[in-house]
Design a protein around this ligand. Structure first.
Ligand SMILES: *Cc1c(COP(=O)(O)O)cnc(C)c1O
Length: 230
């Protein structure tokens, strides 16, 4: 099942790229494996998947220790400052930097460990009160300030679009995020590039790819529905 799902997702990404005259090689599929057992991650791994996304520090660390070492781990969930130290040396990319205080903590831990940590700035593009992320209007200022910190490198922007039945409704938000990245690029801020646009999930990744996503984060569409224990 997981193999078929990955194959389908890859085909959908290719189709969306064709629609937008883009090269599918520009789009990275991240398998969002939160709440799922290592056996399922291994199935995706054996099929060739090397990019995994997790949203909880402890779960990421546990899976990191068990899974093969050639995996790129993506921290996609809200990150508390006191947990930064556990993951800076394990993740390929932190997608969820939404405050200067968090950026400062990542910088501090990176310097301590002699690392340069790649990060994205998370933007709350639809202004939903339930979501983390910096406001669109404040993004450029956050990028400017975070870019001055040692040990971190800003690679782009991330957003979680609203949950909608019709993915077309999110096209506007993906377009705004891409435009924001273009505007920031034009400012030529040292230590910043905007090559990565992490946007699109199971319900809307094709629209996101048509609007310029370079990373899509697919959970349910690969591993099936998640069961949360209450
Ligand atoms: C869970 C999660 C996803 C994947 O969601 P699906 O709808 O299952 O594809 C993507 N991004 C973030 C930040 C998530 O927390």
């Amino acid at each position: 099942m997981i193999r078929e799902n990955i194959k389908t997702a890859q085909e959908n990404i290719e189709r969306a790229c064709q629609n937008a005259s883009r090269d599918p090689g520009e789009v990275t599929l991240i398998a969002v494996s939160k709440t799922k057992p290592v056996s399922m991650l291994m199935e995706a791994y054996q099929y060739g998947c090397r990019e995994f996304g997790e949203n909880k520090v402890q779960e990421l660390v546990e899976k990191y220790q068990i899974m093969p070492k050639d995996i790129h781990w993506h921290m996609i969930g809200h990150l508390q400052r006191n947990k930064v130290k556990y993951i800076v040396d394990k993740v390929a990319l932190i997608h969820s930097v939404d405050s200067l205080r968090l950026a400062e903590e990542i910088s501090k831990e990176a310097v301590k460990k002699g690392l340069t940590v790649s990060v994205l700035i998370e933007v709350n593009i639809a202004g939903e009160t339930s979501k983390f992320g910096t406001a669109a209007e404040e993004t450029t200022e956050l990028v400017r300030q975070a870019a001055l910190l040692p040990g971190i490198r800003i690679k782009g922007l991330m957003t979680i679009a609203p949950f909608v039945e019709n993915s077309e409704k999110n096209r506007q938000y993906f377009e705004i995020l891409r435009q924001l990245a273009v505007d920031i690029t034009k400012k030529n801020i040292d230590n910043v590039n905007m090559n990565v646009l992490s946007m699109g999930m199971t319900g809307d990744y094709m629209v996101a790819v048509e609007e310029g996503a370079t990373m899509v984060r697919i959970g349910t569409g690969i591993f099936g529905e998640r069961q949360y224990l209450l």
